[in-house]
Design a protein around this ligand. Sequence first.
Ligand SMILES: [Zn+2]
Length: 447
Amino acid sequence: MSYSDDYNRLTVIGTKDIVKAYELEKVSCQTELRLFKPMSRFHTITILFGLTALGAGLSLAGPIRWCILGLLLTIYFVIFILGVSVLKLNFFVKATCRGDSTAKRVALTFDDGPDPAATPGLLEVLRRHKIKAAFFPIGTKTRDHPEIIKQIDQEGHIVGNHSFRHAWWTNFLISSGFDREMRMAQEAIDAAIDKIPAYFRPPVGLTNPHLRKALEKHGLSVVGWDVRPFDTTASAEKVIKRVLKKIRNGSIIALHDTGRTPVDLARLIDKLVTKIKEREYTFSGLEELTGVRAYQTTEGMNMTEPRLPIPFWDESEAGQRRGGFWRFLARKLASTAYVRRAIEKQVTLDAFKTSLSPRFLFGVGLVLFSFVLGWPMVALFSFLSAYCHVPALLILGPAFYMFSHLVWLFGTYLAGRDCIKYANMILSWGLRKVVEKALNREIGRPL
Ligand SMILES: [Zn+2]
């Protein structure tokens, strides 16, 4: 099976070997999970800034308004640039930049190869030290030297996607551009080792708002680093010094198997590994270190049942067009953690059909009773004092009125907690219904 469009659809959840039609349908249901992912930090921050700017624009006037708006825009711009360039901020996409921090284990990663002159020598050093590393080769080089990628794989190292061309303009691409870069690199790696990578390392570690969609389409997750010694430009001493300064438990070290002479590279890595070992760190593969699978396969996946009772909706073009704004709104709602939970849990109002908690009922009873104790008692005792000509009775009215407040407070105290629980239930149920209705979904559709 080649890396075709249909195939891409499958790899979103990692199903290289599935060919049966009925399984295809199950898989397509699971791809819907993507829609229920939480919003990225970029989206949240953009909405927050937009609302703040709107509020400031409407409530302020004169020069102060423009000062505040300018300041907001500047802050937003700075955050945006940081988001683009600092992978570990998880701004546009979630990136794994460090593994398990409970043990003295680190992982080596090598980008931008393979280099037919230098990579074999590097592999020899890794073999000697019994280290399993991860390689993020450039797609064009993978296509030109599949035999080296094959050797990397056969020696137990991981191969990840690092784009096809690794061009300087990669991060200016929109989703379709990223899509092509990722697909071609996946194809090249698949052709060389017959495996579909699940790791993607963005060229130069830059990200943008369009990256996420392409990642999801190809079933890739971002793997970054927390130690980057800029080894292509620095001297060996400097590289080692930088690594030793920054290394910690779970570190992912970003190096390159290109940019140095073969002898120089082999010597550098040999020395670096020795120094790291002296610090009593051991080397671990990326999978063990991060717990994220390196390849997309069906192994260990439960294909008979979907993981969550996520309803199904029509993803066809016609389905997309229908209901424009409401559909858009429903999708946005569905991307919030609150609604997602409501859908996953299939929140119902059954709790109201069975018995409500006695505490709640008693509390509500007291609150209602407190109203009877208030003004009606004032009126009653006013009437009685006039009717019986006993002025002292008049005082009982305000006394009952005061007492009614205590009863009210006690009632709300008893009912309050459950009241919030029930209100939350009604809200989740309502939002779930609205979202499902807008997206034309039915619960329990046979999968
Ligand atoms: Zn690179």
